[in-house]
Design a protein around this ligand. Structure first.
Ligand code: BES
Ligand code: ZN
Length: 856
């Protein structure tokens, strides 16, 4: 553990050297690759005589300054550095080194996904390729030549524009790419392979022609059209909404199967996890289609928010990620149902970010320190970061926000900047003072707002109290400044007023006069602020029926269900009023996908977050009791909704067809808690007849959880049909790993020997082991077998791919909220993991935080 180093934001120093240009040549072979790296370097700080380049596992072949090859005495190679001694003020440094992409299972730097050479360099992968000032504030112009076997690798790609093809008489060929835009090394990319592709074109608002290509494994070309359509939608949206145009002659996207994350925004050459590119109606669900649209857009939007303007250091990550997530959320909201989009985004925030913010790994959207930067691509930096930008948008208003982003782009184009610089632009262009708002960047934990109402003589008074959690280490934190959208409704649900309050103190009162009767409060409309509202009692059933804000209406339905389930958990009986209100929801004539959300019961995770000591059994039990009651009472209505919206032969992807699938699958799930013959038959028939993956997967999941014999037949059929489609097999593994049934762990263990399963493919590991680790029922089984299995996998996978392993460690973040018996079982496993020889710093960072919290 000796080399474990913590990096601190406060230790940031400007680079001492600049790299004006880089000329890279890659010679790719079947066992290794040779990299030639020629940099033109200048001193910024004349007092420095040592150039210290980042480098991991360096196998140095040659080192030159200008025309002089350096002897051993002119440089040192440390752990993760190549130090060149006595360097002049300006010089050309040439490095030739050897790397082994074929053995790279970490999937960082240059590696092979199947037969394709590809790269992943954010945040610090470039140093695995060649020595470099591998930090985002060193921006340079890259020229890249890739040389490889003609037949095995006909397609050779890198960033920017293709400027030369080198054809020789032997079996090898080469291509040179030039990227005119200075960029940090983390945006460098290279791809070589025998790829299929589809092409299209786009003409920018100012008339520039752009060639668009999407590359994939041969045979998958027909599955790339939705991604292409999404790319063009994103290009147009960024022109219209932000005035941002694309800036190269070519935009390439490559889909690969082995990828740690979703996708990467490398300049002019995005590399994608194939799960976010490939889709057709037979193999992709509606959710997959939406996911592709948003990830394609996200990576495209980075071209301005991330690439043209990048981060000064990795502590600024939310500068590009929070902002770009906000942009992709707005894009999806504009292109699809905005009410559904907002609810889905809030759901994701609460399920992942709120949980993280209450855990031992809680951190501000701008963290202060890290051991492994890879661990900070978190839902806090991303989703809470996006909420922070959304609040700025609310505070400024649409028009000022646009002025402010224009100023941001104008001022900082071509630079590596900080969140302070962003906030400067926001406030400079709008005149809105954001000094108090900045706290959102530096504090952790989810703020609460205690709400009390009173009504006297026509005056309605809101008393608000901010409750701010301590940091993980027990330090108190300050109250926030934020916008809070609210409304008052009269007894018919008519809006009496709507206002955005500015909250800034610990205790505050707001009074509203001239109200003839006591109004009903609708608070945190649109989930304007990422906080937890705590209210003694609120009129949930009224708001469910009458609120004019689609988010608060949903929220009321959720809150009412939570209240009902929690009463059941306390053995207080079932609140009949809730049953009636649910019946009202069933009758609503509204957008069907929105309705599907209104009918969904709160997740186990939502209920779990509200307990100080978590016990899953009562949650499951109460939820099952409520579901069963609802299904029994409303069986006929639910069945009616099902038949009215079920068209087995429809494969259309328009909004109406998708929302019909959403509602009918929601009611089928609701009905499935009856576990009756007629409903399981309905699910079985849906599985057999439907032509979409959406319908098949829901039916399969229902059968798996309610009817083992039907499930066995359907699963066998599914496997036979799709065993050659890895993306579909992810769904198969997920359904089995998430199953409620007895024996789930044993089946998961056995599935690791399935010929389709491959521990080196992150998607497969996530869908089997990752999904199991979030299957509360079985992960937390009382005998500790779930913990022990996941711990074994972490230890094993850590040696292959540390990033994947530390992702799995996340399952143990709930440690300090479990009861003593579970904690004792978990502790054994956590200590076993942390005492593993050569544990990666990624896993070490997460596990050590989990263990420390309990020591205090
Ligand atoms: N820049 C990231 C990719 C990335 C993630 C690099 C982690 C290094 C480490 C990319 O823009 C991104 O954010 N991808 C997301 C998907 C996105 C839609 C939120 C991802 O990969 O999960
Ligand atoms: Zn991103």
């Amino acid at each position: 553990m000796s080399e474990i180093k913590t990096i601190h934001l406060k230790e940031y120093k400007k680079p001492a050297f600049s790299i004006e240009s880089v000329n890279l040549t890659f010679e790719l072979f079947e066992e290794y690759a040779l990299v030639s790296n020629i940099m033109s370097i200048k001193k910024i700080d004349e007092t420095q005589s040592i150039l210290s380049l980042d480098s991991i596992d360096l196998e140095l072949k040659e080192l030159w300054i200008n025309d002089l090859q350096l002897s051993d005495s002119r440089y040192t190679i440390e752990d993760e550095k190549l130090n060149v001694l006595n360097v002049p003020s300006a010089f050309t440094l040439k490095i030739i080194n050897k790397i082994y992409p074929q053995n790279n299972t970490e999937l960082e730097g240059l590696y092979k996904s199947g037969t394709i050479f590809c790269t992943q360099n954010e945040p610090e992968g470039f140093r695995c390729i060649t020595p470099y000032l591998d930090r985002p504030d060193v921006m340079s112009v890259f020229t890249t030549t890739v040389i490889a076997d003609k037949e095995l690798y006909p397609v050779l790609l890198s960033n920017g524009n293709k400027t030369q093809c080198h054809d020789s008489f032997d079996s090898r060929h080469g291509v040179t790419w030039e990227d005119p835009h200075p960029k940090p090394s983390y945006l460098f990319a290279l791809v070589a392979g025998d790829l299929g592709s589809i092409s299209d074109e786009y003409t920018t608002a100012s008339g520039e022609y752009v060639e668009l290509n999407i590359y994939c494994d041969k045979g998958n070309e027909s599955k790339c059209h939705h991604a292409m359509k999404s790319l063009k939608e994103a290009m147009l949206w960024d022109e219209e909404k932000y005035g941002r145009e694309y800036d190269l002659e070519i935009y390439n996207i490559v889909a690969v199967d082995s990828f740690n994350m979703g996708a990467m925004e490398n300049k002019g050459l995005n590399i994608f996890n194939s799960a976010y590119v490939l889709a057709d109606t037979d193999t992709a669900s509606d959710a997959n289609y939406m996911g592709i649209q948003s990830v394609i857009a996200h990576e495209y939007f980075h071209n301005w928010t991330g690439n043209r303007i990048t981060c000064r250091d990795w502590f600024q990550l939310t500068l590009k990620e929070g902002l770009t997530v906000f942009r992709d959320q707005c894009f999806s909201s504009d292109l699809n149902s905005s009410e559904v989009q907002r609810i889905e985004d809030v759901k994701a925030l609460r399920e992942r970010q709120f949980v993280e913010d209450a855990s031992p790994t809680a951190h501000p959207i701008q963290p202060k320190s890290y051991i492994s930067m890879n661990n900070f691509y978190t839902s806090t930096v991303y989703e809470k970061g996006a909420e922070v930008i959304r609040m700025i948008h609310t505070l400024l208003g649409e028009e000022n926000y646009r002025k402010a982003t224009d100023l941001y782009f104008e001022t900082f184009d071509g630079q590596a900047v900080t969140t302070e610089d962003f906030l400067w632009a926001m406030s400079e262009a709008s005149g809105v003072d954001l000094s108090a708002f900045k706290l959102w960047y530096h504090q952790s934990g989810t703020p609460k707002l205690e709400v009390k109402e009173s009504y006297n003589n026509g005056v309605f008074t809101l008393s608000l109290k901010q409750i701010i959690p301590d940091t993980v280490s027990g330090k108190t934190q300050q109250v926030y400044f934020y916008p809070l959208k609210m409304a008052l409704l009269d007894e018919n649900g008519i809006e009496l007023l709507e206002k955005t309050l500015l909250i800034s103190k610990e205790l505050e009162e707001f009074s509203f006069e001239g109200l003839s009767t006591k109004p009903t409060l609708s608070i945190n409309r649109d989930f304007c602020a990422p906080i937890i509202i705590e209210e003694e009692h609120s009129n949930f059933s009224f708001l469910m029926k009458h609120d004019t804000n689609s988010f608060v209406k949903y929220e009321a339905a959720q809150s009412f269900a939570i209240e009902t389930i929690e009463a059941l958990m306390r053995n207080e009986g079932l609140n009949e009023e809730y049953i009636e209100a649910y019946g009202h929801l069933l009758d609503l004539d509204i957008d069907l996908s929105y309705k599907a959300l209104l009918l969904e019961l709160p997740s186990v995770s939502t209920l779990m977050q509200r307990m100080s000591i978590v016990d899953f059994e009562p949650i499951y039990k109460a939820k099952e009791e409520l579901s069963l009651r609802l299904a029994t009472v409303f069986k006929e209505k639910l069945l009616n909704i099902y038949t009215q919206n079920h068209f087995a032969k429809s494969v259309e992807l328009d909004a109406l067809s998708m929302s019909q699938r959403a509602i009918k699958n929601r009611v089928l799930r609701a009905l499935s808690s009856l576990e009756s013959q007629d409903i399981t038959l309905l699910a079985k028939t849906q599985y057999e007849e439907s032509l979409t993956m959406t319908d098949r997967v829901v039916a399969l999941d229902i059968l798996e959880n309610t009817h083992p014999t039907f499930a066995q037949v359907a699963l066998r059929d599914f496997y036979a049909k799709y065993k050659n489609e890895t993306l579909v097999m992810n769904k198969y593994f997920s359904i089995l790993a998430a199953s409620d049934r007895e024996g789930t762990l044993q089946r998961v263990v056995a599935l690791q020997n399935d010929e389709v399963y491959d521990e080196k493919v992150p998607n497969l590991v996530r869908s089997l082991v990752g999904v199991f680790a979030r299957n509360y029922k079985h992960f937390h089984s009382k005998d500790g077998a779930g913990y022990s299995f996941v711990a074994n996998k972490i230890i094993e996978i850590d040696k292959i791919n540390p990033q994947m392993a530390s992702g799995l460690c996340g399952a143990f973040k709930i440690y300090n909220k479990m009861n003593d018996i579970s904690q004792t079982l978990m502790k054994v496993e956590l200590e076993r993991i942390i005492s593993t020889q050569e544990l990666s710093k990624n896993s070490f960072e997460i596990i050590s935080k989990i263990l420390k919290i309990n020591k205090k």
